[in-house]
Design a protein around this ligand. Structure first.
Ligand SMILES: [Mg+2]
Length: 250
């Protein structure tokens, strides 16, 4: 059993180190991760410049690219073995609701799934400081062992979010659906010293839509959320109703 670890927080992230440690009990771990933080790069693939891979320790490799680059290169022949599983994380910060469309963490697991490998994304729901990686690393290893024994449905990855709590404070886990995070619509405009403006993308955190069974609700109630995802973005309900539509086009 060979496990590929990656994540967008970069090769030196404590979250990656915590994950490597517990996954050793499940299989032989290789880490191929960006050489620096590459948060919110989504599923970007580097096609217009060469990539460099540095071995910084045995079976640990830093890439000057995106999380998706890392998984792509690792699986398609850089590593001496084809990984049996991809685990991306442990991310510093949540990947809940539709935020996952920006996520480099989830994208690394998506890349694994697209390449036909059972894949997990694991995040701890803390905000910028004091991350408790222990319970998330422990849960990730037990989930990885379960997936190794039982497999996953085809074209499926699991998105896991762990509340930033001590082990004894966690209420358990729930299988969930992707919820919806809510943000205020705001940009920050500031003057620069040369009289031009620059912009920060921002938006106040307004919480989440309280849909029953969602990842956001589970985590808010102290449960680990496990959401099965797939990459088919088709809205089948809309497709069904649109098939009866006539467009003004001849
Ligand atoms: Mg990150």
């Amino acid at each position: 059993m060979h496990i590929l670890v990656s994540n967008d927080d970069g090769i030196h992230s404590e979250g990656i180190l915590a994950l490597e440690e517990t996954l050793k009990s499940v299989g032989e771990v290789y880490t191929v991760a960006p050489d620096r933080e590459r948060n919110a790069v989504s599923h970007a693939l580097t096609l217009h410049r060469p990539l460099r891979i540095d071995e910084i320790a045995p079976r640990r490799f830093a890439v000057n690219g995106t999380p998706t680059d890392c998984v792509n290169l690792a699986v398609k022949g850089f590593l001496p073995v084809r990984p049996d599983m991809v685990v991306s994380g442990i991310n510093k910060g949540p990947n809940l609701g539709d935020d996952i469309t920006y996520s480099g963490t989830v994208a690394a697991a998506i890349e694994g799934a697209l390449l036909g490998i059972p894949s997990l994304a694991v995040s701890v729901v803390g905000l910028r400081t004091d991350y408790r990686f222990g319970p998330a690393a422990e849960f990730a290893a037990s989930l990885a062992a379960h997936v190794a024994a039982n497999g996953l449905p085809a074209n499926t990855l699991l998105n896991v979010n762990v509340p930033n709590l001590d082990r004894s404070e966690l209420k358990g886990y729930r299988f969930t659906h992707q919820g919806k995070r809510l943000y205020g619509e705001k940009i920050e405009v500031c003057p620069n010293p040369r009289g031009k403006h620059y912009y920060w993308i921002s938006g106040d955190d307004l919480g989440f839509d309280p849909q029953e069974g969602s990842d956001c609700v589970a985590v808010n109630e102290g449960y680990i959320s496990v959401t099965p995802l797939h990459v088919d973005l088709t809205n089948y309900q809309a497709l069904q109703s649109m098939r009866g539509t006539r467009l003004p086009w001849h």
